[in-house]
Write a protein that binds this ligand. Structure first.
Ligand code: UDP
Ligand code: MG
Length: 321
């Protein structure tokens, strides 16, 4: 039961979650574009900016923005926990009947949020994905790697994963509440949300260039995301180890038979180089498989520790209640 003094502001129709990490250049531009859109859509809303442990002037700017924009709520995390953890924090704390998530850098157009809301209501959808039809403003490398990522994940996790749907989307309260019940610690929402199986729709858009500042997603974070995606949604790599093992045994057996036959015909094989190559090859295969196993063991390790993915330092929304 809600307390009697709760005003309708406590449960807005729409929450917009924006993870921000060192985005001092982009924040003023974001506010200038997001606010008119939301003010104009005629719904009670809150913007939940999740400060993911920024070390630049981001906290200060958020504070300044908030004085002039009471619907801006700031959730500060104790330290940098990563994009997905920041999203998790935002989703956990958002109060809206619908929750949209959008990156701070304006690569995704905020103008689409009211359209997403309208589509969700008109067709009774629980999820509306923003799908990037044109990524020509992303670097070639980013496009290629992103293309490969979605192909791989659709293959491994299942075709329910929509291609080119990133973290710009709208969720209903039902989806958010379901997500909250999942103990999953390495949430990769672009895979986890489709996996839930709620009725969903899509809105296509052109991905713009970053409005200002630089990408907070360097190559090593992209590789980590790919690893977490694969180990979180597929056990195929583990089976692969079995398959590689079985295949190599067969090849070895064939070699053995061949070597014995040659030996029987009285031609002992000189074999130093083939021997060393074979040894190194199998050494490598074993380490590779061990490494893959390690990835899964690491996930179990993290799950057993059950540490929270983020720690909240401050929530201006709580202070106002
Ligand atoms: N971000 C975050 N924590 C991080 C890295 C990024 O909250 O550790 C935020 C960032 O501020 C932005 C969003 O996540 O709002 C996406 O990051 P970015 O635009 O740098 O990624 P890219 O679009 O280059 O993949
Ligand atoms: Mg970006």
């Amino acid at each position: 039961m809600r307390a009697v003094h709760d005003s309708p502001r406590d449960a807005p129709t729409l929450s917009v979650v924006v993870p921000v990490f060192n985005e001092e250049e982009v924040l003023p531009v974001l506010a200038a574009r997001l606010r008119p859109v939301l003010d104009g859509c005629g719904e009670a809303y809150e913007v939940l900016a999740v400060d993911d442990g920024s070390t630049d002037r981001t906290p200060l700017l958020l504070e300044q923005l908030r004085t002039a924009w009471p619907r801006l709520r700031v959730l500060t995390l104790r330290r940098n926990s990563g994009h997905q953890a920041a999203l998790t924090a935002g989703l956990h704390r958002a109060r809206g009947a619908y929750v949209a998530s959008i990156d701070a850098d304006l690569q995704d157009p905020p103008e689409l949020i009211p359209d997403m809301l309208a589509l969700a209501r008109a067709e009774a959808l629980d999820i509306v994905y923003g799908v990037r039809t044109d990524r020509s403003t992303d670097s070639r490398f980013k496009r290629r790697t992103a293309g490969a990522y979605y192909r791989l994940m659709r293959r491994l996790a299942g075709s329910y994963v929509p291609a080119q749907a990133g973290d710009f989307r709208l969720l209903s309260r039902a989806v958010v509440d379901t997500l909250k019940t999942l103990p999953d610690q390495q949430q990769i929402y672009r895979l986890l949300i489709p996996w839930l199986g709620f009725p969903s729709g899509q809105i296509a858009y052109r991905r713009a260039e970053r409005a200002a500042g630089t990408s907070k997603y360097p190559l090593h974070k992209m590789v980590l995301l790919a690893f977490d995606s694969v180990t979180g949604f597929s056990t195929v790599p583990l089976r692969l180890a079995t398959a590689i093992g079985a295949l190599s045994s067969l090849v070895c057996l064939a070699f053995l038979v061949w070597a014995l036959t040659v030996y029987a015909t009285g031609n002992p094989l000189p074999g130093w180089s083939s021997l060393i190559i074979t040894m190194l090859f199998f050494g490598a295969v074993q380490l590779f498989c061990l490494g893959m196993l390690g990835e899964y063991v690491a996930r179990i390790h993290t799950a057993v520790q059950a540490r929270p993915t983020y720690v909240v330092a401050r929530d201006t929304g709580e202070e106002e209640r």
